[in-house]
Design a protein around this ligand. Structure first.
Ligand code: ADP
Length: 447
């Protein structure tokens, strides 16, 4: 097992990884920008190294500084968390070239899944069902028109390098196609430096359901069931549940078997998530994330495992030591992503947190790097806390989340706590009958 792990991230996820290492008896190295010198992940780690100024390009994305920090401190492995360098194949290669272990998949698989066109192509060959769309990249507006006529409007133009909901535009009819084509490409070029786009049928009332998988380096692949992440704003998740209110155990087993079979053929290793849209009882693959996801705690709560510890064990070459039949699903878990934003306008609200009080009690988990007196810097993602609850049934989990939200205090900055309270109080949310478009309308009606 590793003696020391460098955590190439910040915020709650850096803390999350630190906690797993600590319990495994592994020493940790935190890296931080000058803006994060007093951050909780730096305070708790065994060692810390400043890697640059606040701008993430010069710090958390600065591969040379991070690799130097790993070398100087004598780390054996690097955990990238999510975001930043976690899906950068080149970084994974450089980590390995420095004689360190990258706690994640192989660079080739990161590269393949980072190109959504290549990812869909791979899944097609592995018999995983896809959202209908263009067979590959769209070379011209004429080709886009031809594909749209064939799959029928509405259609979605998506960036091959997409992420974070950027570079995605809907065309509801032929008149809207040229604009969608132009805007999606311009956004993709600006955000990812790559304007390759493809087309998908725009599903009108799907749910976003994803499957968590783990694969070791000995050919064992298992899944940990699904997460329902349909509550989204601007294609970004706000609330996640495990399991999905609409999926049966038989659906889960069938899709799980198909996905683990596909990843075994691919020779995939470490953690991964396959994202699907689910409509009329059908799964359709949209993308695969080759990293730990923000919403991984809901899976941990219902399966009783620690996904980060599993990632570390796998990277160290250990076999899983259990099979699919050993994995049990107990109860229901919900996660609310609490961000430093105005709960109605979503304007960023960084600044000093005068008072922080975390809720507690049975089945309540808070993953957060906040503390009283901490100043949320304006430079990074606005996520400040993940509030997760676990209970025997979905109605009990909702009751527990309402109670936990009412106890939580983050004073001094605005947060989305009131929005989460309103969602949990809503009868439609409580019924479980929602699609990926539900929250957008709910937010609009509150404004
Ligand atoms: P990103 O990598 O930017 O997050 P995804 O492909 O994962 O992009 O899609 C993000 C979200 O956009 C999905 O969860 C879903 O809500 C919506 N979406 C993506 N593809 C489609 C589609 N074909 N039809 C309807 N909604 C879609």
């Amino acid at each position: 097992m590793f003696g020391k792990v460098l955590i190439a991230n910040r915020g709650e996820i850096a803390l999350r990884v630190h906690r797993a290492c600590q319990e495994m008896g592994i020493r940790t190295v935190a890296v931080h920008s000058t803006a994060d010198a007093t951050a909780m992940h730096v305070r708790l780690a065994d060692e810390s190294v400043c890697i640059g100024p606040p701008n993430a390009r010069e710090s958390y994305l600065n591969t040379a500084a991070i690799l130097s920090a790993a070398t100087i401190t004598g780390a054996d492995a690097v955990h990238p968390g999510y975001g930043f360098l976690s899906e950068n194949a080149r970084f994974a290669e450089m980590v390995e070239a420095h004689g360190l272990k990258f706690i994640g998949p192989s660079p080739d698989h990161i590269r393949m899944m980072g190109d959504k066109i290549a990812a869909k192509d791979a899944m097609r060959r592995l018999d995983v069902p896809l959202v209908p769309g263009s067979p590959g990249a769209l070379e011209s507006l004429e080709e886009a028109r031809a594909v749209a006529d064939q799959i029928k409007y509405p259609v979605l133009i998506k960036a091959a390098a997409g992420g974070g909901g950027r570079g995605m535009k809907v065309a509801r009819s032929a008149d809207e196609l040229e604009d969608a084509w132009r805007v999606a490409r311009a956004e993709a070029k600006a955000a990812f430096g790559d304007d390759s786009v493809y087309m998908e049928k725009y599903l009108d009332r799907p749910r976003h359901i994803e499957l968590q998988v783990l694969a070791d380096t000995h050919g064992n692949v298992v899944h940990f069931g699904e997460r329902d992440c349909s509550l989204q704003r601007r294609h970004q998740k706000l609330v996640e549940e495990a399991g999905s209110p609409v999926l049966t155990a038989a659906d889960r087993e069938a899709m799980g078997a198909r996905v683990t079979g596909a990843l075994a053929k691919l020779g995939y290793r470490n953690a991964g998530t396959l994202e699907f849209l689910w409509q009329d009882g059908q799964f359709a693959f949209i993308e695969m994330n080759t990293r730990l996801q923000v919403e991984h705690p809901v899976t941990e709560m219902v399966c009783g495992i620690d996904l980060v510890k599993e990632q570390i064990r796998i990277a160290a070459g250990e076999p899983l030591g259990y099979g699919q039949g050993d994995i049990r699903f107990a109860g229901h878990a919900i996660e609310c992503r609490i961000t430093a934003e105005d709960p109605e306008t979503f304007a960023p609200s960084p600044g000093r947190v005068n008072t922080y009080h975390a809720p507690g009690g049975l089945g309540v988990r808070v993953d957060s790097a906040l503390y009283s007196g901490y100043t949320v810097p304006p430079h990074y993602d606005s996520l400040v806390a993940k509030l997760v609850v676990h209970a025997p049934t979905r109605p009990e989990a909702i009751g527990r989340m309402r109670r936990a939200l009412s106890e939580m205090v983050v004073a001094g900055i605005r947060t989305t706590l009131p929005l989460h309270q309103a969602v949990m109080d809503d009868p439609e949310f409580q019924s479980g009958e929602y699609t990926i478009h539900w929250l957008e309308r709910f937010v609009a009606e509150r404004q």
